[in-house]
Design a protein around this ligand. Sequence first.
Ligand code: NAD
Length: 462
Amino acid sequence: MSILESIYATPAGKFVARKAGLSDPPKLRRGRVLPTGPVVLGELDGGGIARQTLELLGVIPGQPIVDTPEARIKDDKGRSVPPRYPAKPGAIIVDATGVREIVQLEGIRALLRPAMRSLEGSGRVIILATDASAVDGLEAKAVAQGIDGINRTVGKELRGGATSNLVFLKEGTRPSDLASTLSFLLEGRSAFVDGQAWRVGQAKVTHELTAKPFADRIVVVTGAARGIGAAIARTFARDGATVVAVDIPAAGDALAKVANEIGGSALQLDITKADAGARITGHIASRYGQDKRIWAIVHNAGITRDKLLANLDERQWSSVLDVNLAAEMRINDHLLSGDMPGGLGEEARIVGIASTSGIAGNKGQTNYAASKAGVMGYVWALKDELSDRPITINAVAPGFIETEMTAAIPFVQREIFRRTNSLTQGGNPVDVAETLAYLCGPASGGVDGQVVRVCGQNLVGA
Ligand code: NAD
């Protein structure tokens, strides 16, 4: 802890910080926990899928309150205010999947206005809309994107750790395809996902949502000895996975500790080695049997070698690209080259870790930004290549997450990174882990080729 940080941690330091406008950030609801208050459902003309999906989840939706001129009341100062909810809703879901015209956007405003100041802490706004690819006409396509503008702004205006997210539904999406996403968004698992929009479509293979989705399934996690990787390993193990925890030999002790704690196995391996893919499949075949296959591989291992481009040499350049991008691609090439003992299952999930630096760029990180933007490009391209197989490929793009990697950033800069998002705090490693577990879930087969930011709606690249 730096001197400045220790002063900041004292009551006097906190008092000064509050006076300077740096209030304590809200505590976020985390884990497999639904909101406490009612889940309110607002349906606009042509909707319906939200109600059917909530039925699948066993959630009985409450009635929305709608802001109309007639419904407004006068407060004691004579001001006209929207009607209020009698009890704080835990979430409001707006089913806007039938919205095609500019004039219909008013329906979203009318539903959201009464909820903006009344959601419980860590409440949720979830908007469902039809993807532009599934609607006809210029107005409908413009309107689909317009809804994203509403979502991003609502995320910035909500308080108390509440979030807003938007799910675009592609042609033919069924309630069973949407269930895993809606459940993730309602629960505390999505605590640090805010102001985001992503797409859901029809899964090639349908699975029901279960409490232990990875039971009897093998999940490989690279860089699992510490930080986000260790949280990923623990989260998948919580959800039933047999985890193969991979990290460099120098991190062997920490790796063994994580693997033992969760009943998984440790594989000491530098993922940049040419035979890394074969080492992974060999480990699984010898440890778990020739007929075992990988359900999911989480490419989490990553490094930074930050320097302004003016000072960046070829070694700092190539090491970052090799660990963060090329190694992942080589391992996947091996795994995708055919069926093999310890190889990828038919319906496997492949996930990578990008970064908001890859989206917006970041001073001192040309090498890192190239590698992380590369991860996103790779996800989009590989998704198309695998389009005839039920394998999915996705990535998360974390913003500022509290780990040893980010603890190395100087305090003032770190505090700025922490605060400059809608939730005014850094994320926890588990927030990234939960999002990856959602993407890898058997019931998430309709989520493919997506990059989901886990950044609290960081201003960077927003
Ligand atoms: P970390 O440095 O704490 O952990 C990374 C792990 O990867 C370490 O255990 C390390 O030993 C391992 N590793 C590095 N090179 C390896 C190799 N060649 N072979 C095998 N293992 C290797 O980092 P973290 O903060 O936990 O980050 C995890 C991932 O999330 C990285 O890809 C990082 O780029 C990404 N990320 C982190 C943040 C953040 O705020 N912490 C933000 C955006 C993206």
